[in-house]
Design a protein. Structure first.
Length: 283
């Protein structure tokens, strides 16, 4: 906790600490979030501190890593990223990773930043790159079974080109906390479409802000105008339970969310989904 990590230490973790199986680094000063270890099983990096404006991860090489926790701040004076479009492609080797908790904290409103247009444009660009990198990282969690996402907005959940959530075929348990599921719930429906084996879904204090992209709006309007000629496709085939917590002012939104989810399920399955006593209203 609060330690200074020398440049290259994490990159050579396997050689520096050949027997280390669990690592917890909290508020540590580090050059970049990069790590390589053949034996590490559990990793937690909480609120890392950097002396640089932007740092990136060129790769995570941890073939035995089963549990990952990242708590990263962005939008202020320091922004961490998990990959970049500049330079060699990042290397990720996480075949054993089945459990991950990723928390993003936007600090842009809490720090004093230079008040001029050029700096603001550059900061927005860095934030966009960071959020894209987080979505790119999610796409590499191909064997993940349990995933907790906190503070993810639409840009960090939907891939830039396709505007779709990454396909995670092995995901069984998903917990979204203070995440933006979209004004028309398009983020949530994309998540459900691309997690075909999802069994448990938790939505805690989520927001409804991101508007649907224009071409998706046109597709929806065209479908309503001409009618659908294809049979209904049920994409929540294995969903068994939902845990929903919302603020009082969001109850109407959450009722519509439940309606949207039900459209992706066969009626008899929807009746079996456990949703009783899960909605909590807070004033």
């Amino acid at each position: 906790v609060g330690a200074g990590i020398s440049r290259g230490f994490f990159e050579e973790l396997g050689r520096n600490c050949p027997a280390l199986e669990e690592l917890h680094a909290e508020r540590c000063l580090m050059h970049m979030l990069s790590l390589a270890s053949p034996v590490l099983r559990r990793l937690a990096v909480i609120s890392p501190v950097s002396a640089r404006m932007v740092t990136v991860v060129p790769g995570l090489e941890a073939p035995r890593l089963t549990s990952l926790r990242l708590d990263i701040m962005y939008g202020g004076e320091i922004t961490y990223g998990l990959e970049t479009g500049v330079g060699p492609a990042p290397q990720y080797h996480l075949p054993a990773l089945t459990e991950a908790s990723l928390r993003l904290t936007d600090t842009s409103a809490n720090v004093h930043l230079p008040d001029h247009q050029a700096w603001d444009w550059e900061n927005r660009k860095l934030i966009a790159m960071f959020l894209d990198s987080m979505c790119g990282f999610l796409a590499r969690l191909t064997n993940i079974v349990s995933l907790h996402l906190h503070g993810f907005i639409a840009m960090a959940l939907l891939q830039k080109e396709s505007q779709e959530f990454p396909v995670l075929n092995n995901l069984r348990n998903l917990h979204l906390e203070e995440c933006d599921v979209g004004l028309s719930y398009q983020v949530l429906t994309s998540i459900l479409r691309n997690t075909p084996n999802l069994e448990k879904l938790a939505l805690h204090w989520c927001t409804f802000e991101a508007p649907p992209i224009m071409n998706r709006r046109k597709e929806m309007a065209s479908s309503k105008l001409h009618g659908s000629t294809t049979p209904a496709v049920f994409w929540c085939k294995k969903l068994k339970s939902m845990d929903i917590k919302c603020r009082k002012e969001d109850e109407t939104h959450m009722a519509r969310v439940l309606s949207e989810i039900s459209k992706g399920m066969a009626p008899e399955q929807w009746e079996r989904v456990k949703t009783s006593d899960t909605i909590v209203s807070v004033e």
